[in-house]
Design a protein around this ligand. Structure first.
Ligand SMILES: Cc1cc2nc3c(=O)[nH]c(=O)nc-3n(C[C@H](O)[C@H](O)[C@H](O)COP(=O)(O)OP(=O)(O)OC[C@H]3O[C@@H](n4cnc5c(N)ncnc54)[C@H](O)[C@@H]3O)c2cc1C
Length: 371
């Protein structure tokens, strides 16, 4: 079967693109490395920026047990703290549930899924793409969306090069049971990183952090690093002492980079983290992936309806991506410099305590308008 569009990777960017395109009656194949539902490293705090859009797609967030989060707490490496109300706020829901629910909606919209399958390479010959999988299958299509998340093996096959990043990060996630307010998201600094905690469905909490890789190397492992570096923050010490950890082992990802990437590479439209990952402290990588999926599918629709050429489609998408996200990602990178070390995190909190009205504009600087 020939597909109008093949989507590589079924996270939020890929799933939303697939739904939008299938609803316009295109034949869409989505190839995903794992089978739904599955857990994923992510802080699981979704900005309200995309809430109306997700509800419009048919997600009953209240019924799924999402938590409403409208308070924010920031602590320094030694536990100095600051709290504020969030103007826009967000909600907590696990990726296990959110991605699975969107997968169900995509199936109902007519998307074909190939699960437990990785795309190894993509070749373009004349006007056709040939998508090769690790199961030795090759699919032919007019258009490919790359939504395979952070840097991966496929970037190497596609000869995609990124500027060198000085620090290398590791991301870790747990689900825990803990005595903590459900309407609060806290970001706790520690030397070399920061850790978020917020409520999700079923009285559980997501505990997720980003740490410089050298911490893990220096301590000799994840658990050792948590004790040596993270537990210096009294709030994190309390969590590691008293929480019930629900996973047998932590969920870990490596190779997290925040350097700018290209929105189009080798005629492939990149969506979500594949086009650029915002620093997690902003709490809106998911809403960016969702919005990028909507933008990409609208422009692809114009191309498939022959209203614009391939070159125009690629140029329009690149411009739209830059307009919507490039500054937000840059601001996220600048903000991250205030995190993850004693001096900067203390200074940031002391300053913001004196001028608390600055906190909400800072938070807003990485957010967009409601979709
Ligand atoms: C530590 C950390 C905490 C974060 N916390 C938050 C937060 O609280 N709120 C927020 O909004 N954002 C957060 N983010 C960012 C957010 O997780 C991402 O921006 C979001 O998941 C991007 O969605 P995506 O669809 O681009 O990628 P993903 O959700 O990563 O999806 C990519 C998919 O592609 C699949 N895949 C990969 N390679 C292949 C291949 N070769 N073939 C087929 N499939 C493939 C993967 O299995 C995956 O399912 C956090 C990020 C990190 C690292």
């Amino acid at each position: 079967m020939d597909y109008d569009v093949i989507i590589v990777g079924g996270g939020l960017g890929g799933l939303i693109s697939s739904i939008q395109l299938a609803e316009k009656d295109y034949k869409v194949l989505l190839i995903e490395k794992y089978a739904y539902p599955f857990n994923k490293v992510c802080g699981e705090y979704v900005s309200n920026e995309v809430r109306p859009f997700l509800e419009h797609l048919g997600l009953d967030l209240e019924h799924l047990g999402c938590t409403n989060i409208n308070k924010f707490k920031l602590t320094s490496t030694k536990g100095k703290s600051l709290e504020t109300n969030l103007k826009m706020g967000g909600f907590g829901i696990s990726r296990y549930t959110l991605d699975y629910e969107l997968y169900n909606i995509a199936q109902k919209s007519g998307v074909t899924f190939l699960l437990n399958t990785s795309v190894d390479d993509i070749q373009k010959i004349n006007e056709k793409f040939f998508v090769e999988t690790n199961t030795n299958q090759t699919f032919e299509t007019n258009l490919v969306i790359g939504s395979y998340g952070k840097r991966g093996k496929l970037d190497k096959s596609l000869f995609r090069q990124f500027p060198e990043q000085k620090q290398s990060f590791v991301g870790v996630k747990y689900h825990i049971k803990y005595d903590f307010p459900k309407d609060l998201i806290a970001l706790h600094n520690f030397n070399g990183g920061y850790c978020g905690i917020s409520a999700i469905e079923d009285d559980k909490y997501c505990l997720c952090y980003l740490s410089e890789r050298k911490n893990v190397k220096q301590s000799g492992g994840i658990h050792e690093m948590e004790l040596e570096f993270m537990c210096q923050n009294p709030f994190l010490f309390d969590i590691f002492q008293n929480a019930e950890f629900l996973f047998a082992r932590p969920l870990v990802i490596n190779e997290i980079i925040f350097t700018p990437k290209s929105a189009v590479h080798k005629n492939i439209l990149m969506v979500g983290d594949t086009a650029g990952l915002i620093t997690p402290l902003a709490g809106n990588g998911m809403s960016i992936a969702i919005r990028a999926g909507v933008i990409a599918s609208d422009i692809i629709n114009d191309f498939l309806r022959k209203k614009i050429s391939r070159a125009e489609m690629e140029e329009t998408y690149t411009n739209q991506w830059d307009k919507n996200f490039r500054n937000r990602l840059w601001r996220g990178r600048q903000l991250q410099k205030l995190f993850g070390d004693e001096f900067n995190s203390n200074l940031a909190i002391s300053t913001l305590k004196k001028v608390p009205f600055l906190l909400n504009p800072i938070i807003r600087a990485t957010h967009g308008k409601t979709l």
